[in-house]
Design a protein around this ligand. Structure first.
Ligand code: KG4
Ligand code: ZN
Length: 339
């Protein structure tokens, strides 16, 4: 039997300082996440400069904790991996520099990981999903439909032309006074509302179009709230949350299922923060069933940003012998499929 490969993965692209240790790209030995949400909450979103400083404060403790939980020393890991893009440049630099320094100090290979690649690889953790499949990556910064031909081999079928799905959740939640991050708050509020109450518009719904545009629905919600307030009519925020969530979920599910059929694959998966949405999971299961597609999604803890997904993605580079140089820089607008 081949030797086990154990990788330490570091993630600091946004507001989570995270590190995880993963064996063979699938078995999580530890996954430590220090969320800065409470720090950024009062500003209604992530403040990049504060995020960078908080990452610097937390990174060494988070990595140490990840190794402790995995009951391993740094000498025992086979490689160190860190996100190098896309994301906020200051935060990215903290995890990337830290990861490179650890690898250099211990003479271990270093692997720079694309954050979106990490989200997709979260689907391999603990499960039995194998390519090819079509994956919807929906988070605060990205909304992509990706044809995963093989491990680490991607074809982007569609992406958002403006706001990401998670960003739309965050902005609408803010307008409804539900706080940050918006996704979980909207999901909770939606449970108390009537999802058929309001019909918000959908964009780019013609067949074969796998791009997204969420700024229209976001603006429609804001206009609706203004109109109601101007008329002096009370707003049922639960109905707005439920109707908005239904709108986004219907668009995501339609395009994902259609993309899978277009590529003639039998499997679909979802990844990224929005993939933890229970209503999205339920609707996707229902729609996929109609076309005989199997649905895969990571456990919720691996949907939002974490280090284990970075270690999982790095494993497939490791087995191909694809390592990064010590001169690897952070690339804030790194695209998927680029190395
Ligand atoms: O993947 P992630 O942690 O960070 C990025 O790479 O952006 O995703 C965070 C995003 C936020 O916009 C958040 O509102 C959204 O994912 N999100 C959700 C849910 N949980 C997190 N959106 C909808 N429903 C949820 N339950
Ligand atoms: Zn993310």
């Amino acid at each position: 039997m081949a030797k086990d490969i154990v990788i330490l993965g570091i993630e600091t692209s946004c507001d989570e300082t995270a590190a995880g240790v993963v064996k063979n790209g699938k078995e999580v030995l530890s996954n430590v996440i220090y969320s800065q949400i409470n720090v950024h909450k009062k500003y209604g979103g992530v403040v990049p400069e504060i995020a960078s400083r908080k990452h610097i404060e937390a990174i060494s403790f988070v990595v140490e904790e990840a190794l402790n939980e995995a009951k391993l020393s740094l000498n025992e890991v086979d490689a160190v991996a860190a996100t190098y893009g896309p994301g906020l440049v200051g935060p990215l630099l903290v995890g990337l520099s830290y990861g490179k320094a650890l690898a250099y100090a211990k003479g271990k290979p270093f692997i720079g990981v694309n954050h979106i690649d990490g989200h997709i690889a979260a689907n391999y953790i603990g499960g039995n999903l194998t390519p090819p499949f079509v994956c919807l990556v929906a988070s605060g910064g990205h909304s992509h439909i990706v044809y995963v031909k093989d491990y680490g081999e991607y074809e982007v079928m569609g992406k958002t032309l403006d706001d990401a799905a998670g960003e739309a959740f965050d902005k609408v939640a803010r307008a409804l006074g539900l706080g940050y991050p918006g996704g979980p708050a909207i999901e909770k509020a939606a449970k108390l509302g009537n999802m058929e109450a309001i019909e918000f518009p959908k964009s780019l719904m013609e067949e074969g179009n796998f791009d997204f545009s969420f700024s229209g629905v976001k603006t429609a919600v804001l206009n609706y709230l203004n109109r109601q307030r101007q008329k002096g009519e009370e707003v049922n925020i639960y109905d707005v949350a439920a109707s908005f969530q239904r709108n986004i979920v219907e668009v995501l599910v339609k395009k994902l299922v259609e993309a899978a059929r277009f590529k003639n694959v039998s499997k679909v998966s979802i990844a990224g923060g929005v993939a933890s949405n229970g209503f999205l999971r339920q609707k996707l299961e229902e729609e996929a069933k109609k076309f005989g597609l199997s649905v895969y999604y990571p456990e919720k803890i691996y949907c939002t940003d974490n280090g284990a997904m970075i270690a999982a993605a790095a494993y497939y580079d490791f087995v191909k012998g694809k390592f990064s140089g010590m001169d690897l820089n952070a690339i804030p607008y790194l695209k998927i499929g680029e190395k």
